[in-house]
Structure formats: structure tokens, C-alpha cells
Design a protein around this ligand. Structure first.
Ligand code: SF4
Length: 320
């Protein structure tokens, strides 16, 4: 009952078509057997380089993209099995905040209309009640109700992201998937938005799946962190633990790039050889074996399961 969302063995493969008759010639294994839980009221940060499958994971969890296989339990119910109609009702409880406040807001709709739209779609309240709710939401995200008739282009990037958040909160969701919500913003604005999201989480008991490639952003907001590489979850642990004692060789290399506040601390940057391989033909065995500094023969053939190496600290490596 403490777990709000449980994802089990989630897979999403996108077909690649080509040739004269647009036949399927291959598939992109964007997400390949990912499992994790999110407890009520916590923030799970999902981190990894672009193309690691974190965004596809976030969208598949909401069934904005249909999974290829696997299970997604929301409050104990497997939402991969529910009808479209039932999913529409469930969407009230699970919302998304997008990266690009420019692209995700309709430029021809006023701010009031943008925030009101989910209430209209779900037929909630009469006009007067909805207007009242929109004003409330604007205030909740730190904007004045005076903005209600203005248009997205009249706002700064940070203000637009506040509008995106207000819209996501309109239906009182339990889960919010935040997909790179601060990546397009200046660093000073980033922390304002992160602080706002933390305040809203406390006030409304929200649960976040927070997707970002910025390691400092993930550290700021997350209770626990999941690290993805080529469609696979490599490590999951409490945020403090994973930043201080990363176990997976990929996490070690990724986090070694973060500048240390204390330059005297022993800290060696680990530079990985080669590029991230293609998700069309990912390496056999451990996905990371082509770049791993400690890889052995076994790694080429056997995929390491995600196992609990220390209490609450999960890692997918044969040797950690
Ligand atoms: Fe490296 Fe092997 Fe561990 Fe993969 S399983 S991370 S290749 S040591």
C-alpha cells in the first residue's frame, strides 16, 4: 500500500521500417526490461545520457506510449490491462510536465484556457467553478490571477514552466512524471522551479518520477535515483548513497564528471572509451560491457540481473 507505482520488466521496442514496401527491418530497443517502484510521496529521479530510454520509460508509464511488454501497477492495478476508457479516468491521477514550456503550450490559448482545459476534458465543475480553480492554481504556482487572460509568449521560460505545472495539477493527480522540466531554463531559474515542485509535493502529497540528464538537478530533487544505460536500469539507490558510494561502473564514470565542492578530496574523473552503442543492435550480455573498465568474458554472454547488493541498493553487475 506504500508503493504507488510498480513497474515490472517494462519493454518498449520501436519498429524501424525501410525499403520499398516500408517493411519492418529492425527495432530500436528503447526500454528493455526495466523494473522499479515508487513509494507514495517520494521522488524517484531517473538519470542517464540521451538515448538511454528514460523519456520513453516515463511516457510508457503513463501509457502515452503503449508498452511492448511488462506490467505497470498503479495503486496495485495493472494499467497495461485496462481499457482505453478506464485509462482516460486513470489519467486524472497521473499527469506529465514536459521539458519545453514553449512547445507544450498552445500559443493561441490564453493561460486561463490552458490550465482549464484538463477540467473541461474531464467535465469537472461548471464554468464559474473552473474559473475559480484556475485562479487558485495560478496562485499555487506563484503567478498572479491577473495573468489569466494573457498568452504564453508574454511569459518567461520559468513562468511558462509554472503554467505547465499548474495545468498538470488541475486534476489533483497523485503521480506527476516530470520529463526534463528544468533543462531548458537558466540555472538560477532551475532552482526556483525545483523548490516550487518540492513545496507542491509537500502540500499536495505528490509522487514524482523525475527525469533529467542533469546530475545536480537529480541530486537536488530526488529521494532515490535510478541510473539507466541503453534501455536498462543499471543501479537504483537512495540519492545520498548513490552519489557517495556508486556501485555500478557506469554510475561511477557518470558521477565522476561532477565537480567536487572540495578540490582536495580524492576524485578521479573516469573517462569511458568509445561511444554509446546503438539501441538497434545493443551489446549482448551486459549492455555496458563494450565500455566497462572491469569487464570479463562472462559479461559478454550473461546479462546481470538487478540485485540488492546492500539494503535498498540495487545494482546490475556481476561483480558489484
Ligand atoms: Fe562491467 Fe561486467 Fe559489471 Fe557489466 S557486468 S558493469 S561489463 S563488470
Amino acid at each position: 500500500p506504500n508503493v504507488l507505482l510498480s513497474v515490472q520488466d517494462l519493454t518498449k521496442h520501436f519498429p524501424i521500417t525501410g525499403g520499398l514496401f516500408s517493411r519492418v527491418v529492425g527495432e530500436v530497443k528503447a526500454v528493455d526490461g526495466v523494473s522499479f517502484d515508487i513509494k507514495r510521496g517520494e521522488t524517484l529521479g531517473l538519470v542517464g545520457e540521451s538515448g538511454c530510454g528514460k523519456t520513453t520509460t516515463g511516457r510508457t508509464v503513463l501509457r502515452l506510449i503503449e508498452p511492448t511488454s511488462g506490467h505497470i501497477y498503479f495503486e496495485g492495478k495493472d494499467i497495461t490491462k485496462v481499457s482505453k476508457q478506464e485509462m482516460r479516468n486513470l489519467r486524472r491521477e497521473m499527469q506529465i510536465v514536459f521539458q519545453d514550456p514553449f512547445g507544450s503550450l498552445n500559443p493561441r490559448m490564453s493561460v486561463g484556457e490552458i490550465i482549464e482545459e484538463p477540467l473541461v476534458i474531464h467535465r469537472i465543475g461548471n464554468n464559474q467553478e473552473r474559473q475559480k480553480r484556475v485562479r487558485e492554481l495560478l496562485e499555487v504556482v506563484g503567478l498572479s490571477a491577473y495573468h489569466i487572460r494573457r498568452y504564453p509568449h508574454e511569459f518567461s521560460g520559468g513562468q511558462r514552466q509554472r503554467i505547465g505545472i499548474a495545468r498538470a495539477l488541475a486534476l489533483n493527480p497523485k503521480l506527476v512524471v516530470a520529463d526534463e522540466p528544468v533543462s531548458a531554463l537558466d540555472v538560477s531559474i532551475q532552482s526556483q522551479i525545483l523548490n516550487l515542485m518540492e513545496d507542491l509535493q509537500r502540500e499536495f502529497g505528490l509522487t514524482y518520477l523525475f527525469i533529467a540528464h542533469g546530475l545536480n538537478v537529480i541530486r537536488h530533487i530526488s529521494d532515490r535515483v535510478g541510473v539507466m544505460y541503453l534501455g536498462v536500469m543499471m543501479e537504483v539507490a537512495d540519492a545520498d548513497e548513490i552519489y557517495k558510494h556508486p556501485l555500478h561502473p557506469y554510475t561511477e564514470a557518470l558521477f565522476s564528471a561532477i565537480p567536487m565542492p572540495n578540490p582536495a578530496a580524492r576524485h578521479e574523473r573516469i573517462i569511458l572509451q568509445g561511444d554509446v552503442p546503438s539501441p538497434v543492435n545493443p551489446p549482448s550480455g551486459c549492455r555496458f560491457h563494450t565500455r566497462c573498465p572491469i569487464a570479463q568474458e562472462q559479461c559478454k554472454v550473461e546479462r546481470p540481473p538487478l540485485k540488492e547488493s546492500a539494503p535498498g541498493h540495487w545494482v546490475a553487475c556481476h561483480f558489484r
